[in-house]
Design a protein around this ligand. Structure first.
Ligand code: PLP
Length: 436
């Protein structure tokens, strides 16, 4: 390959500033030039190693040799599209659909989470004849116009124009700072009642429901774990009103929650449509939509679904390798054990630091909510930002999220292990002591 010049952090920032979309952010006050990745670690241009606790996309580990080899080999052989028959497309479809409970059996391929969710909207509208969508406060589903419409995280923040007339928003089922809290044993049902009320109000108007979109665990909303019974009751109400239930697993699928392959399974439900993205290709752009035969048939209206890149042989080879590695390296079980250990240690650390308001998680999807006052649960956004910056200088990469940006989100590549957890805990404890 032709050698490209090696540029300093300042030079690259300068080029970005002058020539690249200015609406893109850069992490950290002192930006990092990352040049290499391996497993759960990233390395900068000075050879310094960072523990990556954020990147759930490189699910089975940065540059996993098995995934790299599968992609490279297939790129050397052939890359076309789904209009030709190919063994890899057949095999991957069988593998992926086999990982879902009945009646989820039909698969569509695309390239990003946004494309998958856009397609889910079209499928739901085709199956119901309705147009309206219920989403959840602070949810994020993607960056297309339709998905910004159903993503309060975007349309309700800077630059957003609010929800359009076809979108209804249910309260975020957050038992730490939401309407119903941890002392309410029926919080799940109480939150779901709001979904049911929205369905009723649509029935009493000239509008028609198409879908209820909900992430199986809320990512951008602040690492929210849905309270027990929430999806069961919400799905029941939506279905009673003729709507389709969509589980967005773009962030949390593929064994991250430890107990199950898919996070919706923790709620004891089976959605009508599941959307997959990020971890599915370990960094290669793949996404998928899994649905029922009935819904897929309703979409057969004469207009072909063709996606130039979706389901190409290289993507299928990579997707299959990711599933092989999850199985062979027992990554789901590993997430359960390691995530459980990290959560337990965080609970033990919590009493020593007033800033830690709440610790919550499922497997290797964990949130630490920082508050300036434990009683009022006032968010401590500046402190969260400070923690993230200081941890970066100690070799641990984190980020914040949630509507108040005060939740430290943890969703590392799945090989993240107990020694990594201990390293994080030591540094986190030291940083919290330092900032007081
Ligand atoms: C829950 C969820 N759904 C969908 C998306 C959109 O995925 P993509 O950025 O691949 O389009 C994201 C991205 O962050 C997400 O978090």
């Amino acid at each position: 390959m032709k050698q490209i010049p090696e540029r300093s952090v300042t030079e690259i920032l300068d080029i970005r500033r002058k020539y690249l979309n200015p609406n893109m952010s850069v992490s950290y006050q002192q930006p990092l030039k990352i040049v290499r990745g391996s497993g759960q670690y990233l390395f900068d241009d000075n050879g310094i190693r960072y523990l990556d606790m954020v990147n759930n996309v490189c699910h089975v580990g940065h540059c996993h040799p098995r995934v790299v080899a599968a992609g490279t080999e297939q790129m050397r052989t052939l890359n076309t599209n789904t209009r030709y028959l190919h063994d890899l497309l057949a095999e991957y479809t069988l593998r992926l659909t086999a990982a879902f409970p009945d009646p989820l059996e039909v698969c569509f391929f695309a390239c990003t989470g946004t494309e998958a969710n856009d397609l889910a909207i079209r499928l739901a509208r085709a199956a119901t004849g309705g147009r309206d969508i219920i989403c959840v406060e602070h949810a994020y589903h993607g960056h297309s116009p339709a998905l910004i419409d159903i993503s309060p995280y975007k349309h309700g923040s800077a630059g957003g124009e609010g929800a359009p007339e076809y979108v209804r928003t249910a309260p975020v089922p957050d038992i730490y700072r939401g309407l119903y809290r941890e002392d309410d044993q029926h919080a799940g049902q109480h939150y779901a009642q709001h979904v049911s009320n929205i369905c009723d109000s649509l029935d009493n108007s000239d509008r028609k429901l198409s879908a209820f979109f909900c992430e199986s665990l809320l990512g951008c909303g602040g690492q929210i774990i849905l309270p027990d019974g929430y999806l069961k009751a919400a799905y029941q109400a939506v279905r009673q009103h003729g709507g389709i239930c969509v589980a967005d697993e773009v962030q949390v699928g593929f064994g991250r929650v430890g107990t199950h392959m898919w996070a919706f399974e923790q709620q004891g439900v089976v959605p009508d449509i599941v959307t997959l993205g990020k971890p599915i290709g370990n960094g290669h752009p793949i996404s998928a939509v899994i649905t029922t035969r009935k819904i897929a048939d309703a979409f057969m209206n004469g207009m072909e679904y063709f996606n130039t890149f979706g389901g190409n042989p290289v993507s299928c080879a990579i997707g299959l390798a990711v599933m092989d590695v999850i199985d062979e390296e027992h990554l789901q079980q590993h997430a359960l054990a390691t995530g459980g250990y990290l959560l337990e240690q965080l609970y033990q650390l919590q009493p020593a630091h007033e800033l830690i308001g709440d610790v919550r998680g499922a497997g290797l999807f964990i949130g630490i909510e920082l508050v300036s006052d434990r009683h009022s649960r006032q968010p401590a956004a500046n402190r969260a930002e400070e923690v993230v910056e200081k941890m970066r200088h100690r070799g641990v990469l984190l980020s914040t999220d949630g509507p108040d940006h005060n939740v430290i989100k943890i969703k590392p590549p799945m090989p993240f292990n107990k020694a990594d957890a201990d390293l994080f805990l030591t540094e986190f404890d030291a940083v919290l002591n330092a900032i007081g």
